[in-house]
Design a protein around this ligand. Sequence first.
Ligand code: GDP
Ligand code: IMO
Ligand code: MG
Length: 433
Amino acid sequence: MSSVIVVGTQWGDEGKGKIVDLYAEDADAVVRFQGGNNAGHTIVVKGKQTILHLIPSGILHDHKLCVLGNGMVIDPKVLIEEIQYLKGENAFPPHTKLVISDKAHLIMPYHRRIDAAREAAKGTGKIGTTQRGIGPAYEDKVSRTGIRVCDLLDREVFAEKLRRNVEEKNFLLTKLFGEPAVDEKPILEEYAGYADLLRPHAADVSLLLDEAIRQKKKILFEGAQGGHLDVDHGTYPFVTSSNTVAGNACCGAGVGPTQIHSVIGIVKAYTTRVGSGPFVTELTDETGEHIQRVGAEFGATTGRKRRCGWLDMVLVRQSARVSGITGLAITKLDVLTGIDKLKICVGYRTARGEEFTKAVPSDLRVFERCEPVYMELDGWTEDIRSAKRMEDLPRNTRRYVDTLETLAGVKVVLVSVGADRNETIVTENPFRR
Ligand code: GDP
Ligand code: IMO
Ligand code: MG
């Protein structure tokens, strides 16, 4: 009996997809609980890369239940394309079942349009969203005007909800943003086609997971984005529109908090960020470019270059606290190979004498004033990609991992030394304790 949550501890793209795929071998169900196709989760198996946006990263294993929880916002067009892509690649195993919560909210064409229009209107103050309509879809959910999967399955209900929404959204698009209106009729037809395709997958996810838990099945919850993109706990307003922290696995899948046994936080060995917003340890010099190049730091969803910087332990400590992290998985350690001196940020300081070591300041204007306080460690030059045990790592690499563990106050349970599934050192598997 075991339920494990995997979350990102930074600004996303920590390597959650790789670790979820790895842990999925021991799980019966893999569940996404928030976000949508703003996520891009990469899995590499024997050199073959698969990028997933909506479907849980357990999909490459057979005999699993892959679940899209009620807390997600689902673009049906993208989901259907992703199913077709996986089937085309022979990557949708015959006995693995895909289930979509009938309570999940739908991303509609007008959400994508409003996302883009709102960003354009913000000009230089833009968030740098993925423009997938995520924010506007969550806005509708909270304002109680959203359209859910169960609405899509009833043509009359769908048509009525669509009519009301189109009326309101066209007012926004034309009057506020000076954009062309959307046309209701083609949306109605397009989505009727999606309804037929998605109907066999729709279910009450909470009931399904309850049944699985009663049968002592193992559940793996897959977070998207990262702790500092959380709408409450992140660097607001430069965040996404959902709660990305572990607590939301319960709300976003309909499972009680007493069912959760461990929370694994993924920490990239350095920091990256896509989109706008303050980034205390950002490197705009040659070292930053080197990390970006060696780490192939390009967005898996939008292809944008990711901003790179040193490891920031204030971010990791806050995530560990807010998500109740029980074990850390360090990824992309191999990318740091060959850098002479490595820096780790242990706190922030401002010119006014303010100090922050455990939490990111809530006020973004204060965060913008923060300067990093670094400690420095010697790097290593040895190729670490074939390491299978901690003992195989060079002394300085182990010192980097040990320092991270001490500074976080949470034990390291996995170290990833390459993108491939097998380029991993597992010291403790949360499902095999
Ligand atoms: P996610 O959104 O957290 O799932 O992460 P992404 O898939 O967006 O980005 C992580 C990138 O790093 C992907 O291209 C992975 O294949 C790659 N990756 C994951 N772990 C490692 C690692 O340990 N070393 C290297 N070099 N690449 C890794
Ligand atoms: P995964 O799951 C990195 C960022 C966007 C933008 C902000 C808001 O692959 O780690 P949104 O489209 O969500 O309204 O954009 O959040 N963002 C991500 N950055 N990884 C992600 O997902 C992200 N999903 C959203 O770049 O700054
Ligand atoms: Mg990603």
